[in-house]
Design a protein. Structure first.
Length: 123
């Protein structure tokens, strides 16, 4: 099963992202209002049986991606438990380069949200 989170200003925008990334067979697991101008977060999944229909990497490319990510994480002295967690999320990535691969594993491992805007009085 592929699991992804999407953040957008509105629910229809987030749903558009889900359909574009995972297709019409995606299942919405949860929606969350982030409050104020932060928008919404949608958690969606796609059954692994449908992965054959997606553009997933061949095993050789996956090994190159994981090796590249491992080198980057080692260079930045990421603790081993966190590096292992991130590398385990690398299966099935279809990234053009290590930067996009790292972005993909970080998105799969952590929940990100836009920073809140400061109050008008603080500007």
């Amino acid at each position: 099963m592929r699991l992804r989170s999407f953040t957008a200003e509105t629910l229809p925008d987030a749903m558009h992202q889900v359909r574009e990334e995972l297709g019409l067979d995606a299942v919405i697991l949860s929606t969350q209002e982030l409050g104020g101008a932060l928008g919404v977060k949608v958690m969606a999944a796609l059954d692994s049986d449908l992965d054959d229909e997606l553009d997933l990497q061949e095993p050789e490319n996956l090994i190159e991606t994981v090796d590249g990510l491992s080198e980057v994480l080692d260079y930045h002295q990421v603790p081993a438990p966190l590096a292992n967690r991130l590398l385990s999320n690398a299966s099935g990535l279809n990234a053009e380069d290590n930067v996009m691969a790292l972005a993909g594993v970080l998105d799969g491992a952590f929940d990100f949200a836009p920073c809140p805007r400061p109050p008008a009085s603080a500007r």
